[in-house]
Design a protein around this ligand. Structure first.
Ligand code: MSP
Length: 660
């Protein structure tokens, strides 16, 4: 059955240019929207700009232009940022759109008529940055802690929304719908706000103080408080109160925000929706959204990103250098949804090289090059079943299901890690099955077909699975594999055996992700870091130190040459005449019995500490003789802070287990 899915980003203030944080929220929504399209759902994805209020009026005044002209310009910057990042929104809403303004006025009137908005008096400490009155408790030394500027005491007549009247109903709804706000930590945060009595919400601003807003329909002396105006974008963007979009998508509404705007979305908005439903004579819960999905904050080296710290990350610059897909992949993979994460260009490059160039890029090119070389590029038909090839395909099926569960729950980093598990296994399958050896033996033709066939099918599945995160790469892979558009394939078809049609002739593969020279990026980052740090380095200048060249990069095949095994230490003793060496007898599960390995760890371990422990051994190292003892292997240890610690698994495994 076709389902509906409506996902929204916050609408961004037009007082700042788009940065990494905005890009993250928007890309997350895009990935969710694309995933639901893959499921075959009817999807609507909305983003936009929030253009009224003091903040915008102030920013426009600073530039000496009218707020509308200012909002037009910055809103355009947001609108222009999304296409190069492959964001596939269906609607870009502006709070200055006449239809939005009419919708806000309609809703205000309905709630007012129903008696949930009243005129009152209010005196308090107002912060222009927050655009709200702060409570005494929130002030730090008379200042707003978020904006580090003094608040103004203001007393004025204003309109209030009876938010407090919905406190108990909201608590009950959250308790009855445990994933109304997710992840759980944010649900708990909202419930803890709600332990205190909920005050009514001041929803107007007198025009004597602010004119840049939507005039209240029932009192022309006031404009609407910017949050009351902005939140309604989620409804006005569907054409509320008109069908058909409302009927189709509102019941399927999910919002996405970062933790900074949890209170307006977790408290103001649901209470507004309850009031509206009641005003229309509907059940109180009728308009409540399905889920509020809340993520953490991206920080850079110096903590929070801000213009004044000069550490704002411009998304389009990164996308230009590394490609939109690599940028999207990094953001989705490196932030555990719900938690904070730190951003650095170096981390992005590391991910790029490891996950994209090495794992995915390498799999794609080696499989298709072999197909080209050994089978003239023709996709083999499934022949005699081969257990290991079947196993790889079975894993792909399991991964598809786990991936879908994780995507549904907004665990993007885990969903991607599922796909990469499959890619890793496919790479290992190449090494183990050695198609280059099979190709030399005419008797192994059927086996070679089965191996290459399974690998090509896995590539087809990967092309579809990565589509929500990396639409361009998915398309490039699909085009090469002569698939339909990945978004048209749909997840349910992945299980079918022959996604890539047997008999199709494929060409030589393009390089998906050419490697990036990390040394160059590091040097660039150090240079930039040194510049940024300069003003702080008054007393002590750091001694310039030549950074050691990073070790040369190796192919996966090089790594796979090292036979790493788990062994249990049966006995340990010092080697006479050498204070650093221990002679270990290690069981590697070999029929030939335990091996003797000499390890240079005597200064760090007493022999008895090691007996019974499992350690990682390089099992195919050429034997050497040290102080008269033949050593057949090497024990791996981590070296740091003058400490040496051997590596051990966190639970015991059979001796001889492969380490990879
Ligand atoms: N205009 C309001 C939202 C109204 S929604 C009805 C607003 N705008 S904002 O421009 O300040 O955007 C805030 C949102 O931008 C955050 O909730 C988050 O989605 C995104 N981010 C801004 N900085 C961020 C980080 N450093 N890290 C992650 N996302 C952040 O609030």
């Amino acid at each position: 059955m076709t389902q509906s899915f409506y996902i929204t980003t916050p609408i961004y203030y037009v007082n700042a240019e788009p940065h990494l944080g905005h890009a993250y929220s928007t890309i997350v929504c895009d990935a969710a929207a694309r995933f639901h399209r893959l499921l075959g759902d009817e999807v609507r994805f909305q983003t936009g700009s929030d253009e009224h209020g003091d903040k915008i009026a102030e920013a426009a005044a600073r530039e000496g232009i009218a707020p509308q002209a200012y909002a037009d310009r910055v809103s355009r910057m947001f609108r222009d940022t999304w296409p190069p990042l492959n964001v596939s929104h269906d609607n870009f809403i502006r709070t200055t759109d006449p239809a939005h303004i009419a919708c806000v006025r309609l809703i205000l009137q309905k709630i007012y008529d129903a008696g949930d908005i009243y005129l009152g008096k209010y005196g308090g400490n107002y912060c222009v940055g927050c655009e709200r009155f702060l409570t005494d408790k929130e002030l730090v030394e008379g200042k707003c802690p978020d904006h580090d500027r003094p608040t103004q005491y203001i007393e004025e007549e204003n309109y209030f929304f009876r938010m407090g009247a919905y406190q108990q109903a909201l608590i009950a709804h959250i308790q009855e719908h445990p994933d109304f706000i997710r992840p759980e930590r944010y649900k708990n945060e909202v419930l803890s706000f709600l332990k205190e009595p909920l005050e009514d919400l001041c929803i107007s601003r007198p025009k004597t103080r602010l004119t840049w807003g939507i005039e209240l329909p029932f009192d022309g002396r006031f404009v609407t408080y910017v949050w009351f105006d902005a939140l309604i974008n989620y409804l006005s963007g569907l054409g509320y109160p008109d069908e058909p979009l409302m009927a189709q998508f509102w019941p399927a509404a999910q919002h996405l925000i970062a933790k900074d705007i949890l209170k307006p979305h977790g408290i103001y908005w649901p209470t507004m929706l309850m009031s509206l439903a009641q005003a229309e004579g509907k059940p109180r819960d009728a308009y409540l959204y399905q889920h509020l999905n809340v993520h953490g904050y991206w920080k850079t080296g110096q903590g929070k990103m801000s213009k004044s710290l000069g550490n704002v990350v411009a998304p389009l610059d990164l996308a230009r250098v590394y490609g939109a897909d690599a940028f999207r992949y990094f953001l989705l993979r490196d932030m555990a949804f719900g938690l904070d994460a730190s951003f650095s260009e170096e981390a992005l490059v590391e991910r790029y090289n490891a996950d994209l160039a090495n794992d995915l890029g390498n799999l794609f090119s080696r499989v298709l090059n072999m197909l080209f070389q050994y089978r003239q590029g023709v996709v083999p038909a499934p022949g005699e079943p081969q257990a290991d090839a079947q196993e790889l395909l079975a894993l792909a099926g399991r991964v598809t299901q786990a991936y879908a569960r994780q995507m549904e729950g907004f665990h993007f980093h885990l969903a991607l890690s599922e796909i990469w598990q499959l890619i890793g296994e496919a790479n290992r399958f190449v090494v183990k099955s050695e198609p280059w050896v099979l190709a030399k033996d005419p008797g192994q033709g059927a086996r070679l077909d089965a191996v290459l066939g399974a690998l090509v099918q896995v590539l087809g599945m990967v092309a579809v699975l990565i589509q929500p995160a990396m639409p361009q790469t998915a398309l490039a892979m699909a085009q090469h594999l002569k698939l339909e558009l990945p978004e048209l394939i749909g997840l349910d078809r992945l299980a079918s055996a022959d996604l890539v049609v047997p008999g199709t002739a494929l060409g030589k593969p393009p390089a998906l992700f050419p490697r990036i020279d990390t040394a160059k990026v590091k040097a660039k980052a150090e240079k930039a870091g040194a510049k940024a740090a300069q003003p702080a380095l008054k007393e002590k200048k750091p001694v310039a130190k030549e950074a050691p060249a990073p070790p040369a990069q190796i192919e996966y095949d090089d790594f796979a040459k090292v036979d790493l095994r788990l062994g249990t230490v049966l006995a340990a003793e010092k080697v006479g005449g050498a204070d650093r060496l221990l002679k270990l007898s290690i069981d590697l599960g070999e029929e030939t019995g335990p091996r003797t390995v000499v390890a240079g760890i005597a200064l760090h371990y007493a022999p008895e500490e090691l007996v019974g422990r499992q350690v990682v051994v390089v099992a195919n190292l050429k034997p050497v003789t040290l102080k008269g003892v033949e050593s057949r292997g090497m024990v791996l240890a981590a070296v740091g802070d003058d400490k040496v610690r051997v590596l051990s698994p966190d639970t015991l495994l059979p001796p001889g287990s492969k380490v990879r």
